[in-house]
Ligand binder design. Structure first.
Ligand code: SF4
Ligand code: SF4
Length: 341
């Protein structure tokens, strides 16, 4: 009998650092669940010279490698993306580009698989009938075609599936598609109530988020199935087991979410609000005073994550005695299943 691989929780590692850099906020798509908020994040496209200066602020070329995730909007709309990737590699970043799949400016011709650690595609359904109502007409065909091209050229590819009430019922069909496409890593994400989902319901009266029982019944099993197909699978913890310790990445990890207007957050849940703890000003990283996200991170509440309780309380459920049914983990706490080779 074949044993199916099981997930392990990936605790926050001392010294690990992840830089999420939005090099622009423009995008060719208008996804229903888009989390980009130009009012809060600006509409600028960062010139190469600025990106170089900002990357220097976070680089640690002599120490442990830093992970850099280049984001938009759609980052391949940036005409200087290949040069940005090379600058980052020269500073010893491990570089991932997160794309919606359109790969503008002939990215695959202008960067080699050796220069890019991962090319990560976003897809929210195993077929156009599920994906396109969320991400736009024709997106499934365009994205899967470019995944095939990228895999054929030898790029390491990953795929991000954002789980919401609109598509959780189709998640189980993703492992077969990913194996067929040749995807190496599968990130299952959970919808967050920021950007569009903070102001619009998916369908009148409906919630974006799925019930805990539905998440727990479906996501770990699909992750195991993906890993059994040879795909390294990562998914958020979301609900802590009773014996697990709550930890806030804001106090235990080095994550920086950077926007074109210079705002730097430590917590992605805070991104719709001007409570960023740091700001890049005149090419210097400065800590902000006053009521910033940092003030919330040490607060200890029975529900787990404080920002979740403040910003998306509908996903917390209570026993009759008012104790929470589940504590909500940090949104950055992941579980992973490494395939059995
Ligand atoms: S591809 Fe990303 S940035 Fe563009 S609309 Fe969709 S979620 Fe927003
Ligand atoms: S999601 Fe919650 S626990 Fe994680 S960094 Fe933000 S406030 Fe802290």
């Amino acid at each position: 009998m074949t044993a199916w691989p099981t997930a392990r929780t990936v605790g926050f590692q001392p010294g690990e650092r992840n830089i999420f850099l939005h090099i622009l906020t423009a995008c060719n798509l208008a996804c229903r669940h888009c989390y980009i908020n130009p009012t809060q994040h600006g509409t600028a496209t960062l010139p190469l010279t600025t990106v170089r200066q900002w990357l220097k602020l976070f680089a640690r070329p002599e120490e442990q490698q830093t992970n850099l995730i280049l984001l938009g909007g759609e980052p391949t709309l940036h005409p200087e993306l290949p040069a940005i990737i090379r600058v980052a590699k020269s500073m010893r970043y491990a570089v991932t580009v997160d794309t919606n799949g359109y790969l503008f400016h002939d990215l695959l011709d202008r960067v080699s698989p050796q220069e890019l650690d991962y090319l990560s595609f976003s897809l929210d359904g195993p077929e156009a009938a599920v994906n396109d109502p969320i991400r736009g007409e024709g997106v499934f065909a365009a994205c899967t075609e470019n995944i095939r091209r990228a895999v054929a050229r030898g790029f390491n590819t990953s795929l991000i599936y954002t789980v919401s009430s609109l598509n959780i019922g189709h998640l189980h069909r993703m492992p077969a598609l990913l194996a067929h496409l040749g995807i190496r890593r599968f990130f299952i994400q959970v919808i967050g109530l920021r950007g569009n989902p903070a102001v619009n319901k998916p369908i009148a009266g409906d919630a974006w988020q799925v019930a805990p029982e539905q998440w727990l019944a479906i996501v770990p099993e699909v992750a195991s199935a993906a890993a059994a197909s040879g795909i390294h699978t990562i998914f958020p913890k979301v609900y802590l087991d009773p014996e697990e310790t709550f930890q806030c990445a804001g106090t235990k990890a080095d994550n920086f979410f950077i926007f074109p207007n210079g705002r730097v957050y430590r917590c992605p849940l805070c991104e719709d609000h001007p409570i960023h703890s740091r700001q890049i000003k005149d090419s210097r990283l400065v800590c902000r005073e006053g009521l910033t996200e940092d003030r919330f991170f040490p607060l200890n509440i029975p529900e787990g994550c404080v920002m979740n309780k403040l910003l998306q309380p509908d996903n917390i459920h209570y026993h009759p005695d008012n104790t929470p049914t589940y504590r909500i983990s940090c949104c950055l706490l992941k579980q992973e299943i490494v395939p059995i080779s």
